[in-house]
Design a protein around this ligand. Sequence first.
Ligand SMILES: *Cc1c(COP(=O)(O)O)cnc(C)c1O
Length: 378
Amino acid sequence: MQNLQMVDLKRQYHKIKSEIDTAVLNVIESTAFIAGPDVNYFATELATYLGVKHVIPCGNGTDALQIALMALGLKPGDEVITPSFTYIATVEVVALLRLTPVFVDVDADTFTMNIDSVKNAITSNTKAIIPVHIYGQCVNMEPLLALAAEHNIPVIEDNAQAIGGTYTFSDGRTAKTGSMGRIGCTSFFPSKNLGGYGDGGAIFTNDSELAVTLKMIANHGQKIRYYHELVGCNSRLDTIQAAILRIKLRHLDEYCDARRKAADYYDNAFKNNSKLTIPYRASYSTHVFHQYTLQLHGLDRDAISQKLADRKIPSMIYYPVPCHKQDMLKDYAVADTNLPVTTTLQSCVLSLPIHTELTEEELEYITSNLLDIINNNN
Ligand SMILES: *Cc1c(COP(=O)(O)O)cnc(C)c1O
């Protein structure tokens, strides 16, 4: 088995190469590198896909989160509730804006924020809640939205890992992940489920007034060129990326299906092994498997990862250090926050290769080797 990767972008590209190449060359020929027509077309097409009124493209997923917090007009010291079990970007922007991160624990099955912990963490200073749809599993939004509404706290969805997912409310109504909070944020980093060929991100909202503010902040605080009403930043989606993303958006559902199919294969191979817990699939949402993440029990994770590597099978720990333990946040003195589930998960999770191009032969190779390593202690 050669060249297994966590994400195989090359094979995916080759399937749509002629379309992509034409689109990229058209942008170059037009020289409309910044704010070319593809950027607006993409924003409109993504808004339709998500069922939201406004999509504001920006430079990357981290900027999207930062701009969202800026648009809510939060002041230094305002509290923002987030999980610690997430990629650092979710929390970094909170610290960057001198807001106060308040960490909550996650559920051991879904890896997503525990709603009771959020309830207990709310104070009169809580000014935003950031649920993270980690690994492609949507947070249980219905109770979270109800809780947030009760306290009048805006919800910003970090949808960087779950674009394409669908949530079903108890009355049967469905919504795309990222479309349910006051603001939704995503990333088009190449390895994400809807990835460009470079950096990119977007912000979603149904609030038209807020959309104007978000757009202004992403563009130096101006509505009219050279008249700057707000302190903003410079965060744009390149036209070339937008042209690529327009094509890839048409394949997003099929890409999510391909990831789920690979996850099904893994699940079947691992489901009866007492040393492994397969990812949970919540009944209230589809899972889009940005990552396929196992929990290992009674096993030496580093040794297993090394043995997999010896057989040319990559694996990754997302993420080895939870956010609240990062040196970056030492001024907040949050390292001792009691997050038992986060601590346990961080010591036992292991992610396997998952992407849109995995073949049955590759899945068989990965699963049989991992089982051989675990069961026979090879
Ligand atoms: C990737 C990611 C981000 C940041 O996106 P960038 O485009 O890399 O800035 C934020 N949050 C989560 C959960 C992510 O996975």
